[in-house]
Design a protein. Structure first.
Length: 331
């Protein structure tokens, strides 16, 4: 979700089950269905395929929840529905949540879907960007709203940003393909996928591999919900965990389910499969293998706080609350 609101519009065009005992959580009675909203951060796509699996397989219904997956988009920010109670949980990102908390929003981060931030610098083999130092002397196409992101990357890696030419561009690969810029600031799962669909080889430098540690696709809820709706939060995140573990087992099947569930979204099946595959290394790691989907460490929190400070956001470690996830995973 970082970046301009037009970031993911191009993706609108052109699995094995995990038993409840694996989570140490017996199903809740299915008789009483509690309506619950899960606010997604963008339009329907394979970005949220784990949630679609949970809904499709009835894992929330089995625990007493009637879950509505609420799409986001340019006119549907995540935070207001969570504050108002329309959504019990929202899928946000650490920088968005930090900005909201600074303005008084009572949020806590309950889980982290993307272990690595998906921001990359994409380039072509003729003018490759393998590391931040390679940006010197290059023209980078980007939304100027993301200037703090580039500034943070440069500061973390000792690169003089004044030796990089920022070129304002729409969120498209075309400026790179036309030679108007040497590289693009984008997400790993969209513009590189669009180029691959055109048969164009590109390179991506994942900013998370160069110190830009900022959690994305994070689950947020209000302090009031933590105090008064813990059982619903546990049930909701338990379904998410099961859904994403099934996604991990078969990303292609998860992408195909996305297309079937949302036939009016104009989703291209192969694009969705590529996106689903590219998400896997961002969402799963040795840490999630050891502790379960959505986990994070205190060291990760410290690194996020450092990156947020470079972005002009001040937060404390108590923004993160792992108690719901610990109950889900039985730790």
């Amino acid at each position: 979700m970082p970046g301009p609101l037009t970031r993911r519009t191009l993706l609108g065009t052109g699995a094995a089950a995990v038993g409840a005992t694996a989570l140490g959580l017996p199903p809740r009675p299915a008789q009483a269905q509690t309506p619950v909203g899960l606010q997604l951060s963008w339009l329907h796509s394979a970005q949220f395929a784990g949630s679609y699996i949970a809904l499709d397989r009835g894992w929330w219904a089995a625990r007493g929840l009637d879950v509505s997956l609420l799409p986001g988009g340019p006119n549907a920010p995540v935070e207001p529905p969570v504050v108002s109670g329309t959504a019990l949980v929202g899928v946000s990102a650490a920088d968005y949540t930090a900005a909201a908390v600074e303005q008084g929003a009572p949020f806590k981060i309950l889980g982290v879907a993307m272990q690595k931030n998906p921001f990359v610098v994409a380039s072509l083999p003729g003018t490759p960007v393998h590391e931040p130092a390679d940006l010197v002397g290059k023209r980078i196409g980007m939304a100027l709203a993301n200037t703090p992101v580039l500034q943070a990357l440069c500061q973390l890696n000792g690169v003089d940003i004044d030796r990089i030419t920022m070129v304002p561009t729409q969120y498209s690969a075309q400026p790179l393909l036309a030679g108007e810029v040497d590289c693009l600031l984008c997400w790993e799962t969209d513009l590189p996928v669009a180029m691959e669909r055109q048969g164009i080889e590109s390179l991506t430098m994942l900013m998370a591999d160069h110190g830009y540690v900022l959690q994305s696709q994070t689950y947020i809820a209000t302090e009031d919900s933590l105090a008064n709706r813990r059982a619903d939060l546990v049930a909701l995140l338990a379904g998410e965990v099961r859904g994403w573990e099934a996604y991990h087992a078969d990303p292609e099947a998860a992408a195909d389910l996305t297309v079937r569930m949302y036939p009016d979204a104009g989703l291209d099946p192969e694009t969705q499969r590529l996106q689903a595959a590219r998400q896997v290394p961002l969402m799963f790691s040795d840490l999630t293998d050891a502790h379960g989907f959505g986990w994070w460490t205190d060291d990760a929190v410290a690194a996020n706080i450092e990156t947020l400070a470079l972005l002009g956001r001040t937060v404390s470690p108590d923004l993160w609350d792992r108690s719901i996830l610990e109950e889900v995973h039985g730790t």
